[in-house]
Each structure stands twice: as structure tokens, then as C-alpha cells.
Design a protein around this ligand. Structure first.
Ligand code: ADP
Length: 179
């Protein structure tokens, strides 16, 4: 589904974050060392090739809530934005740290002129953040940050599973009916 806000298309789709060829930037649910690892990070590094890990090395480590930008290497995207989400139950305050990832990623898009960006559900895999509250933070933070990012015209949430997509659609529908 697509929701329009301030002339920006907010989309949510089921899919693979490495297959978003029409997006200028994709976001990596990174680990602090910016190493390949599993989940989203593993998939992104596999698709990007070894040049990505090489570019990441001098940028690591990053702390929870931080975001750094690299090139896309063999990915079809110009940029990869690596965000370190909070480990649920460990990094506190988790909601603020998760919100910071989305906010800082959008601000990096603005700074680098990226008009479109695709996000995975940061922290909701290995890091254990429950999907529904994470989805609410993702959507609310993006909507609240867009006024500071006039270059960004398209934001896509890419969910791996059908249940995850349904959860995001519900959050977007609730927001739509409240505004
Ligand atoms: P984190 O360590 O931040 O929890 P993960 O990579 O373990 O990050 O998972 C984050 C979310 O991304 C999970 O909901 C997971 O199901 C989903 N996911 C895993 N692989 C992909 C992929 N290739 N594309 C999109 N989403 C993915």
C-alpha cells in the first residue's frame, strides 16, 4: 500500500531489501562492527560484494542509534545506510535508539541528495524488538522527520514476511484514519 504525506509516497511492500533497484538508497540493519553477519546485513553484503565490507571497515564501530553511509558497490542502489538498532532488553532507551536510526538515515539521505530510500524492519530480527511497536516507531519517526528532508520523495518499508507486512499496513491505516 502507499500513503501520501507532504507529497512523499510512503510505501510498504513484502520483499527483499537487496531487490529494491528503483531506490537511491537502502538501509542496512547493521551490527556495530559493520560486518556481514546474518539477516539483512548478510544479504546486503552478499549482494554488494567485498568492496562494501572494505569501505565499512574504517567507519566501524558504530553505537546503537547511529547511522553511516557508504556506496552501494554491486547493488543497484547508489547508497547503503548502515544503522545499528538497539538490542531489545539490552540497549536503552530502546524506543529512542530505534527512532534515532530512522531519523539519522533520512537526514543522511537529505545530505547526499537521495530522493528515495528503502528500510527493513530494523532490530526486529536477531535483535528481538517486537514487530508492532517497532513498526509504529518506524512510521511515526519517518513521518515526523520528512519536513526536515525536502529532497526525499519516496520512502519504502520492505518487510520480509506477509505477517510483518500486515502489521505495517495496519500502522499506516491507523495513522491515515487519525489524520
Ligand atoms: P536486527 O539485527 O536489526 O534485528 P535482522 O537482519 O536480524 O536485523 O532482521 C531485521 C528484519 O529484517 C527482520 O524482521 C527480518 O525478518 C528481516 N529481514 C531479514 N532478511 C531480510 C531481507 N533480505 N530483506 C528484507 N528484510 C529482511
Amino acid at each position: 500500500m502507499t500513503l501520501w504525506h507532504l507529497g512523499v509516497a510512503i510505501e510498504c511492500v513484502q520483499g527483499d531489501i537487496t531487490q529494491q533497484a528503483d531506490m537511491a538508497a537502502i538501509v542496512n540493519a547493521a551490527n556495530g562492527a559493520l560486518l556481514p553477519g546474518g539477516g539483512v546485513a548478510g544479504a546486503i553484503h552478499r549482494a554488494a560484494g567485498p568492496g562494501l565490507a572494505q569501505e565499512c571497515r574504517p567507519l566501524a564501530p558504530i553505537r546503537p542509534g547511529e547511522a553511516v553511509l557508504t556506496g552501494g558497490h554491486r547493488l543497484p542502489n547508489a547508497h547503503v545506510i548502515h544503522c545499528l538498532g538497539p538490542v531489545y532488553g539490552v540497549d536503552e532507551p530502546a524506543p529512542a535508539l530505534l527512532a534515532s536510526c530512522y531519523r539519522k538515515a533520512l537526514i543522511l539521505c537529505e545530505r547526499h541528495g537521495a530522493e528515495s530510500v528503502a528500510f527493513p524492519a530494523i532490530s526486529t530480527g536477531i535483535f528481538g524488538y517486537p514487530l508492532a511497536p517497532a513498526a509504529r516507531i518506524a512510521v511515526e519517526t519517518v513521518l515526523a522527520t520528512l519536513p526536515a528532508c525536502p529532497s526525499v520523495k519516496r520512502v519504502r518499508f520492505v518487510l520480509f514476511g506477509a505477517a510483518d507486512l500486515a502489521c505495517y499496513e495496519q500502522v499506516l491505516n491507523e495513522w491515515k484514519s487519525g489524520n
